[in-house]
Design a binder for this molecule. Structure first.
Ligand SMILES: C[C@H](O)CC(=O)SCCNC(=O)CCNC(=O)[C@H](O)C(C)(C)COP(=O)(O)OP(=O)(O)OC[C@H]1O[C@@H](n2cnc3c(N)ncnc32)[C@H](O)[C@@H]1OP(=O)(O)O
Length: 728
């Protein structure tokens, strides 16, 4: 069968098997939908066809509507591209067809994939097929009848859970709950499906129209209560998003008015949401995340990843034990080295606690947890390093010590072994300076807690070999991390672009803006917490140590705030000792601590930033912009210096490493929506007003703003020109 094609074969039993193919996931592209309509029309009109089986090629039913079409609609505004898929195709051509249609589901049926299957008159699936409606994760709602048919097939509570969490269920659960009619092995899928279809045609099995099925919907008052509860939950999980509430409105409409009015409302709401900024951001993140795994001159030069079966970790602290946890739960053997048995026991204990935590959260079964723990071996010397495929060093940020350790591991490990460091700041060229095998040195920058956070920043030097990068990217995927490949500098891409976030928040504080207001506004923007809450969480000692690194690396613009050291002097260390900008007490929510006010007043005096000694007057929007625009400015430098060569890498690094709200599409995507000219002029204005270099626009930003070139255009896209100043 050709790559993108719909084929129909009519058997001697009178069943037409319609197979669609659009690798890799059989997405419903416009051409596939058009061909499917034609084949269905033919099947309905042919006298030798009694029933139809609809199935996908390549071991999958369908990954849903083609999301590239969403991008096209978002760019052109042409809603007609969505071609009334729901009513014209799923309802009229499938559900209302005059001959029975059975969906034969292998592998997965997601989004429109499941919606098409629910329009069919029965569903037969292979074991472990994934069934889900993940549309909310793209900023839209199920738009091909899913909001109406799933509650009618599964009952409201389970349907709401699936839609609101975007999480799929497996066909076994679907079978138990009534979504799937039978589970059969892959080799019997077509045989059973065609028999089922014939049985419906001969009335031996029921001809079920899902939209008419009211059995699983309870009383109106009961349903309304369930939806009310779901609204509260959705608000708690996604406080800044409106589309989950819009989805619940649509589901409620269907319950109150009936399935057909529900489908009409679904269509209206879908059309509004697909062109919203939220959907634009989330669709961008979907494709950007996949693009990060295609690295020019690395993944496109025919290299095959080598197998990494055993990894040694040097250092069993918080990072080392988190990384070890990620590896062992993904079936990679780990040798954990510590300097003495006390530290070793501590490290192993943390790993055991991490694994128990994953079991408690139902992310790991008990048997897999036991297997994982059997894959770790604690050691206090290098004798076990002779057959490891990779070493990850996770000790404290001390260059001399790191150089010594790298000298030792180079001798102890086999010649193919990858030598990785988890440093978050130190120049990799210095760490590997004394080695003979500098092509094997690479940064594996995990984020804390390493067994939970999904980003792996892979830092390459000019000498790191592409093979080593390919290998580490493969390990990242094995342990379910998203790898982003970046260049070498202080802070690499994530911490480098993120440092102005905290510093600008401190400048605002010292200019007299209420810190709790800053936190609240940043949360409203979509970050999970504000800059001061984040500082409380990481601990002030970390903030002071990291602040020194940036001061040394970027003395022209790194800002020193006296607040953190004064907080430490007064016995505060954030969440760790329960006392920070907020008070943390066991069993209750953190609360702003009024007792920090005198410390802030003292800091304001020391810093003396307020113009004429008075707090500045500033709008809420400007507060948010003053925290975020300096990050955009630094991100521009990261791009200009080639630390990151593609904008998608920075967008994904910001979403997964800085918790930049995914619905904003990542830092550069958002900056382009705001407009580089506005960012440039705002920064310039603050630079002139407050005299702080943190706000001085970078050359890259200035050139892009001046030439009207989006920040996301390739680095080579900016013509070199004179500045705004000299132009005006
Ligand atoms: C009207 C309807 O209600 C609206 C919809 O149906 S919206 C779509 C709903 N469906 C989804 O959200 C599913 C999105 N896809 C996924 O979650 C995952 O791709 C998957 C679980 C299907 C497969 O995962 P995995 O095997 O890891 O492969 P993954 O790398 O993600 O995808 C493989 C390729 O298929 C593409 N792809 C996956 N689903 C796609 C889709 N629905 N449309 C277009 N392209 C898609 C990916 O972009 C990727 O392309 P690339 O190779 O060029 O980078």
């Amino acid at each position: 069968m050709a790559e993108v094609e719909v084929k129909m074969e009519v058997g001697s039993d009178g069943v037409a098997i319609i197979t669609f193919s659009n690798p890799p996931v059989n997405a419903f592209a416009i051409s596939i939908i058009t061909s499917l309509k034609e084949k269905l029309e033919e099947a309905m009109s042919r006298d030798d066809v009694k029933a139809v089986v609809l199935t996908g090629k390549h071991g999958k039913f369908s990954g849903g509507f083609d999301i590239k079409v969403f991008q096209n609609v978002q760019e052109t505004g042409k809603l007609s591209l969505l071609s009334n898929f729901s009513i014209d195709f799923v309802t009229n051509r499938i559900e209302d067809a005059k001959k029975p249609i059975v969906a034969a589901i292998e592998g997965l049926a997601l989004g429109a994939g499941l919606e098409v299957a629910m329009g069919c008159h029965a569903r037969i699936a292979t074991p472990n097929a994934q069934l889900g409606l993940p549309e909310l994760s793209l900023g839209v709602i199920p738009g091909a009848g899913g909001t109406q048919r799933l509650p009618r097939l599964l009952g409201l509570p389970k349907a709401l859970e699936m839609i609101l969490t975007s999480k799929p269920i497996l066909s076994e659960e679907g079978n138990m709950l009534g979504l799937i009619d039978a589970i059969v092995p892959p080799e019997e899928l077509l045989k059973v499906s065609r028999e089922w279809a014939l049985d419906i045609a001969t009335e031996c099995k029921p001809w079920v129209r899902s939209l008419d099925n009211a059995d699983k919907i309870g009383s109106l008052s009961e349903s309304k209560e369930i939806i009310k509860f779901a609204r509260l939950q959705a608000k708690r999980i996604a406080p800044n998003m409106t589309h989950p509430q819009a989805c619940l409105d649509v589901i409620e409409e269907g319950i109150v008015q009936g399935g057909n009015p529900g489908i009409l409302k679904e269509g209206e709401v879908f059309s509004e949401l697909v062109v919203s900024d939220t959907s634009k951001g989330l669709v961008h993140v979907f494709f950007a995340q996949r693009a990060t795994s295609k690295v020019p001159n690395v993944t496109d030069i025919g290299l095959k990843p080598r197998v990494v079966k055993k990894v040694a970790i040097v250092g069993g602290g918080l990072m080392g034990s988190g990384i070890a946890t990620s590896l062992i739960v993904s079936n990679i053997n780990v040798v954990l080295k510590e300097v003495n048995s006390e530290y070793l026991q501590k490290g192993i204990k943390t790993i055991e606690e991490n694994v128990r935590g994953l079991v408690a959260k139902k992310k790991l079964s008990q048997s897999r947890a036991e297997k994982a723990l059997s894959m770790i071996k604690g050691v206090s010397d290098y004798s076990e390093f002779n057959d490891v495929d990779m070493v990850i060093e996770t000790i404290i940020e001390d260059l001399q010590l790191k150089q010594e350790i790298f000298g030792e591991i180079e001798k102890a490990c086999p010649p193919h072994c990858i030598l990785a460091t988890n440093t978050s700041a130190i120049d990799l060229n210095l760490i590997g300076e004394k080695l003979t095998c500098q092509d094997r040195v690479v940064g594996a920058h995990f984020f804390s807690p390493a067994h939970v956070m999904s980003l792996l920043e892979i830092v390459r030097t000019e000498k790191t070999s592409p093979q080593v990068i390919v290998d580490l990217m493969t390990v990242a995927k094995t342990i379910k991390k998203v790898p982003v490949v970046v260049g070498n500098c202080t802070g690499f891409a994530v911490n480098r672009a993120f440092f102005p976030y905290k510093q600008s928040a401190h400048i605002l504080l010292l200019l007299g803006v209420d810190l709790f207001k800053i936190d609240r506004l940043i949360r409203n923007f979509g970050f999970p917490m504000g800059p001061f809450q984040l500082e409380d969480l990481s601990g002030y000692d970390v903030a002071v140590a990291v602040g020194k690194e940036y001061k040394a690396a970027f003395p022209d613009r790194a800002f020193y705030s006296p607040v953190t050291e004064l907080l430490i002097e007064s016995g505060r260390n954030g969440k760790r000792n329960g006392k920070g900008y907020y008070v943390y007490e066991k069993g209750s929510k953190s609360k702003p601590d009024p007792l920090v006010q005198p410390i802030i007043e003292e800091s304001i005096k020391i810093a003396n930033l307020m113009p004429e000694g008075k707090p500045i007057s500033i709008t809420d929007q400007e507060i948010v912009e003053m925290v975020l625009f300096p990050m955009v400015n630094e991100a521009c430098r990261v791009l200009e210096e080639g630390i990151v060569t593609r904008v998608v890498d920075l967008d994904i690094a910001s979403v997964l490493g800085m918790s930049f709200p995914p619905q904003r599409g990542g830092i550069i995507f958002w900056a382009d929506l705001v407009g580089s000219k506005h960012i440039y002029t705002s920064l310039k204005n603050w630079f002139e007003k407050y005299g702080n270099n943190l706000y001085k626009p970078s050359r890259f930003l200035e050139e892009r703003a001046m030439n009207g070139v989006p920040l996301s255009a390739p680095v080579s896209a900016t013509p070199k020109t004179t500045s705004f100043d000299s132009q005006s």
